[in-house]
Write a protein that binds this ligand. Structure first.
Ligand code: AP5
Length: 214
């Protein structure tokens, strides 16, 4: 099954993708994670992307399309995959359709995570991530058992993403509404879109997501 999780920053795409990949045994393809890995490794692509990401802007289409094209050809993507954070523009969505059609495949379902901007600001400003295994926490709603220590791998020193600062969060939301939200119409036309309420507690969102995939 080829799935797209579409929603604003902080709507819970990553949280839900991590839950679902365990059950479905398919990989999560997050362009944000791929770009951050490039930054951490100091690659040329990572350095180029950093300037855009730090401001909350989208990285150029050609860069992310290239990343996804390379990734979906890998053997672990044969049973399907979850696209988390891609596509984010109409040209990216059109490029994805072309790529998949070249492989004799197509997108099965697009799930829109619907939520108000106000909730997103508190979710993102409180988010903390493990620098080693990428497990996610929140300073109020999802604390680790031991302060600052990852429950899953024991790494000390959970970090705050550089783009989770209030000013950058506002810019990311504006970019979402202008450049990414038009994809709702794009996939409605293709009759592939299902919308879920992403404001609910994580367990309830997972239930809604599973229903949307049936
Ligand atoms: P990316 O890494 O994709 O970030 P994003 O889309 O902005 O999404 P987030 O990871 O911030 O949020 P999420 O929806 O996954 O929420 P999460 O589950 O983490 O992109 C970063 C940057 O990379 C972009 O700005 C851009 O520059 C670049 N980029 C990436 N892809 C690109 C592309 N295709 N084209 C161009 N540029 C690209 O949850 C957030 C917090 O909320 C967590 O603390 C979590 O614990 C909490 N939470 C989750 N669910 C719930 C719930 N139900 N109730 C309460 N709290 C919850």
């Amino acid at each position: 099954m080829i799935l797209i999780f579409l929603g604003p920053p902080g709507s819970g795409k990553g949280t839900q993708a991590k839950r679902l990949i365990k059950e479905m045994s398919i990989p999560q393809l997050s362009t944000g994670d791929m770009l951050r890995a490039g930054i951490a490794a100091g690659t040329e692509l990572g350095m180029k992307a950093k300037a855009f990401m730090d401001k909350g802007d989208l990285v150029p289409d050609s860069v992310v399309i290239g990343l996804i094209q390379e990734r979906i050809g890998a053997s672990d993507c044969k049973p399907g995959f979850i696209l988390d954070g891609f596509p984010r523009t109409i040209p990216q969505a059109e490029a994805l359709d072309r790529m998949l059609s070249g492989l004799g495949r197509s997108v099965d379902r697009v799930v829109e995570f619907k939520i108000d901007d106000q909730e997103l600001v508190s979710r993102l400003s409180g988010r903390r991530t493990c620098p080693k295994c990428s497990a996610m926490y929140h300073v109020v709603t999802q604390k680790p058992a031991k302060d600052g220590v990852c429950d899953q791998c024991g790494t000390q020193g959970l970090i705050q993403r550089t783009d989770d600062q209030p000013k950058v969060i506002q810019d990311r939301l504006a970019v979402y509404h202008k450049q990414t939200a038009p994809l709702v119409g794009f996939y409605t036309q293709q009759k592939k879109l299902r919308s879920i309420n992403a404001l609910d507690a994580p367990e309830k969102v997972t239930d809604a997501l599973k229903k949307a995939l049936k």
